[in-house]
Write a protein that binds this ligand. Structure first.
Ligand SMILES: NC(=O)c1ccc[n+]([C@@H]2O[C@H](COP(=O)([O-])OP(=O)(O)OC[C@H]3O[C@@H](n4cnc5c(N)ncnc54)[C@H](O)[C@@H]3O)[C@@H](O)[C@H]2O)c1
Length: 332
């Protein structure tokens, strides 16, 4: 049994990880989360109080972080400003949390010699052409496009430097796009599902040709536990589940699964600098550490996600109007 400190554990993927840890291990967890607009205490509801506690605070608060590292056997770092569209609107919080926040955790890991796993994204690699058969590997050069992905790239490089220069015991993973329960309604899949539930037509950026490589958040969690357990210090692992789909296909599938005509959506202005295609080659994680995904059928995973949003309107409704007002102001 170990005690984990999980930063950003009240966000989408972090809360899925905490649920996964409680269900599949006997570890205890302290969540450190600032509860920004993206964090939600309700995402941790129902978890046993003797195994999970929440500390509300900032990962850039060195004193607070220091005290929490003292009690942790390992730290899993999810906390981030994570939404591309917000980063185009106001980049500053992305620098504060993704860069300075990660630096603060690395310094604490160095002082306490604590094992740290840093969660990152495939967006650090930029994008691929739609007709390019290539996929990202651990050797693909970094080429981020947005303030969000560039600050994530910067945080990855800080982790590498702290491993090399100060012997910090850290690993990194870069994962493709996640879907599943507890994802904020500002993001593509929950936004379209909750639009349909509200009787609003789904919105598709541009022609909807952009391709994302979808993975269920629970598979991301099992991959992270595998890396914590068996990963080699200083190594980077790409996490993906061979789930490439273009956005148009995803919107049509959501409409179909929810009993509507697949063309009952509107096209809206594309996102500035919108990356064309992401695709992950996760061979290293699968062959060296023996991980494989559980959710292999995207349609079944999506149907389960739709069911979750249908059953949990009280969780998502408070944020919905604000998100739609934000997009409406941008004609999206
Ligand atoms: N969503 C994806 O598809 C995806 C894919 C690959 C990697 N990632 C990475 O996974 C991590 C989590 O992403 P997510 O989609 O769950 O994001 P999210 O926005 O849903 O959650 C982020 C959480 O971090 C918290 N947070 C933000 N700033 C903080 C601060 N300064 N101190 C403490 N807590 C703070 C927020 O309150 C929130 O709970 C991020 O590092 C992201 O880059 C996400």
């Amino acid at each position: 049994m170990a005690h984990l400190l999980v930063t950003g554990g009240a966000g989408f993927i972090g809360s899925n990880f905490v649920h996964h840890v409680v269900a599949h291990t006997d570890h205890t967890v302290t969540v450190l989360d600032k509860l920004t607009y993206a964090g939600n205490e309700a995402s941790l509801a129902g978890l046993p109080e003797d195994r999970v506690d929440l500390v509300v605070g900032d990962i850039a608060d060195a004193e607070l972080v220091d005290g929490l590292f003292e009690k942790a056997d390992a730290v899993v770092h999810y906390a981030a400003e994570s939404h591309n569209d917000n980063s185009l609107h106001d980049p500053r919080p992305f620098l504060d949390t993704n860069i300075i926040g990660t630096y603060t955790l690395l310094e604490a890991a160095r002082r306490h010699d604590t094992r740290l796993h840093h969660i990152s994204t495939d967006e650090v690699y930029g994008d691929l052409e739609l007709d390019d058969p290539a996929r990202f590997t651990e050797h693909t050069p970094y080429n981020p496009s947005s303030p969000y992905s560039s600050t994530k790239a910067g945080s990855d490089l800080l982790v590498r430097a702290w491993v090399r220069s100060f012997g910090v015991r850290a690993t990194i993973s870069n994962c493709s796009n996640n879907y599943g329960p507890y994802q904020h309604v500002e993001k593509f899949i929950p936004r379209q599902i909750t639009n349909v539930l509200r009787g609003i037509r789904p919105k598709l950026y541009g022609k909807g040709e952009n391709v994302r490589d979808w993975i269920h958040a629970d598979d991301h969690s099992s991959a992270v536990l595998t890396i914590l357990d068996k990963g080699e210090i200083g190594e980077t692992y790409l996490i993906g589940a061979d789930g490439e789909k273009d956005n148009k296909t995803v919107v049509e599938l959501i409409l179909q699964l929810m009993g509507h005509s697949p063309d009952a959506y509107d096209h809206v202005t594309d996102r500035a600098g919108h990356d064309l295609r992401y695709a992950i080659d996760s061979t290293k994680l699968r062959t060296e550490l023996g991980w494989s995904p559980t959710y292999r059928d995207f349609e079944a995973g999506l149907a389960a996600t739709i069911d979750w949003y249908r059953a949990n309107e009280a969780w998502w409704a408070p944020a919905k109007d604000g998100v739609e007002a934000f997009y409406a102001s941008k004609g999206q």
